[in-house]
Design a protein around this ligand. Structure first.
Ligand SMILES: [Cu+2]
Length: 468
């Protein structure tokens, strides 16, 4: 029998490094070859900075992008070269519970110098991302996140151009040094915002595309706080996937993209050479450019199928028999016993995974610490294979992008009026809004459910559902 150590060493010998955005599709993993993800430091000069900033990355450039094939077993070897412990959560992927990457819940933390092999066959195609799940304000603040694309042969030939746009703000001063990642004021309100905006770590890219070309843009909001409103100028632009899941195309104008949410955009380039198409965030007073496309070169050659992705193939909840549950998002929950426990324990064995302050709660439960002994009870106990409708009610004054691990859910309805039903793994819930989602309970295990404004997650707005 091959020992685990021998097995890992053998795999590592044949390992491949992640390709980096901007490269051609040089990296295409053989089905069984592991991909090494070195969690390490690198430097990058961010937009508006005079000096480089030290980032935490997977690999030696930012942001990393990896591509897997739908249904094919992938082996991803995390090597931790950072001083802090870490792990990788595969956001939006319906992976086995042991691969979900939540320290103390699904695995032990991976300490400095250690490795951990993630092995799974991604069941769904689409645009996903990966990041750690502990000390996330700092880790994501320093850039520890990557794009994960799951390819599907059904999509071959649909587009002439396929580009990834990773949107993230940075809390840095002009000299490239970091400002504090977390503030009490931000954590208790809408989050602490970055001082420099970026797309793929730089200013908005200018992308040339042939006149008439069919273009796919995979837009990922990996920021810890920012909510965007999408807009475009120069050509009609459709959303063809939400959180990676195919949807009937609809115009992107006004679509909101909260932290951790993704949108796949599709457009046909104007035929006049030199024509420009701009994708924008229109949330603020001034539109912020996310990408500029310029028509240039020989005309596109992709086929003439409808500009849409093959239909999502996900477990469809049965709304007639679904059980109904509610989740209340709350602010200002104070539990003196918990507060004193936190005070006593904040310099304990693992301060990295522990909240220092509590501002938020779900169903009167605040997540105090990633500690098995102190874990609160589950928010709900579900039966695998059973359908559930969950109403998420936001009783706070701030929007919350709520993420459920290991499941893809349908966003059904909102108390604020008609919405476009769609598949998602993260849903933005506005103040005083009630949103209903539905899903089929998946694999047994404790699956985290939390706000993806990371300061909210780390100050109480996190819990878990137990399937099994
Ligand atoms: Cu929140």
């Amino acid at each position: 029998m091959v020992s685990r150590r021998g097995f890992m060493a053998g795999l590592a010998g044949a390992a491949m490094l992640p390709r980096v955005l901007g490269d051609s599709r040089a990296w295409a993993a053989a089905p069984s070859a592991p991909l090494v993800l070195n969690a390490a430091e690198t430097t990058l000069t961010l937009p508006g900075c005079q000096r480089p900033t030290t980032l935490w990355t997977y690999g030696d450039a930012w942001p990393a992008e990896i591509r897997l094939k739908r249904g094919e077993m992938a082996h991803l070897l995390l090597r931790n070269q950072l001083k802090d412990h870490t792990a990788i959560h595969w956001h939006g992927l319906r992976v086995p519970h042991a691969m979900d990457g939540v320290p103390y819940v699904t695995q032990d933390p991976v300490k400095h110098g250690e490795e951990f092999m993630y092995s799974f066959a991604p069941p769904d195609p689409g645009t996903f991302f990966f990041h750690p799940h502990c000390n996330t304000v700092e880790a994501l603040g320093r850039g520890l996140a990557g794009a994960l694309i799951v390819e599907d042969p059904r999509e071959d030939g649909l587009f002439d151009l396929d580009r990834t746009l990773v949107v993230k703000d940075w809390r840095v001063a002009g000299d490239g040094s970091y400002l504090s990642f977390m503030t009490d004021r931000g954590a208790a309100r809408a989050g602490t915002f970055g001082t420099r905006r970026s797309v793929n770590g730089a200013t908005a890219p200018v992308i040339t595309a042939p006149p008439g070309a069919r273009v796919r843009l995979r837009l990922l909001n990996v920021d810890t706080s920012r909510i965007m409103t999408l807009g475009a100028a120069g050509a009609p632009v459709s959303i063809v996937a939400t959180d990676g899941n195919a949807c009937p195309p609809f115009t992107l104008d006004g679509w909101r993209l909260g932290p951790a949410m993704r949108a796949d955009l599709a457009l046909v380039m104007p035929v006049r050479p030199g024509s420009r198409v701009e994708i924008r965030d229109t949330w603020g007073q001034e539109p912020f450019p996310l990408a500029v496309l310029v028509a240039e070169g020989s005309p596109g050659t992709a086929d003439r199928r409808a500009l849409a992705l093959p239909k999502a193939e996900l477990p469809r909840p049965d709304l007639k028999t679904a059980e109904f549950l509610t989740l209340s998002l709350q602010a200002g929950v104070s539990d003196p016993a918990l507060d004193s426990w936190l005070k006593e324990n904040r310099f304990g064995d693992d301060a990295l995974c522990r909240a220092e302050r509590l501002f938020w709660a779900i169903n009167n439960k605040a997540w105090p610490a990633m500690d098995m002994d102190k874990r609160p009870p589950p928010l709900a106990e579900l039966t695998p294979g059973r359908s559930y409708v969950v109403e998420i009610a936001n009783h706070t004054q701030h929007p919350h992008p709520i993420h459920l691990h290991g499941h893809t859910f349908q966003v059904l309805s909102s108390s604020r009026g008609p919405i476009r039903a769609h598949w998602a793994d993260t849903v933005l819930v506005a103040p005083d809004e009630r949103v209903r989602i539905a899903f089929v309970a998946g694999q047994p295990g404790d699956w985290m459910l939390h706000c993806h404004i990371i300061e909210h997650q780390e100050t109480g707005m996190m819990g878990y559902i137990r399937v099994g």
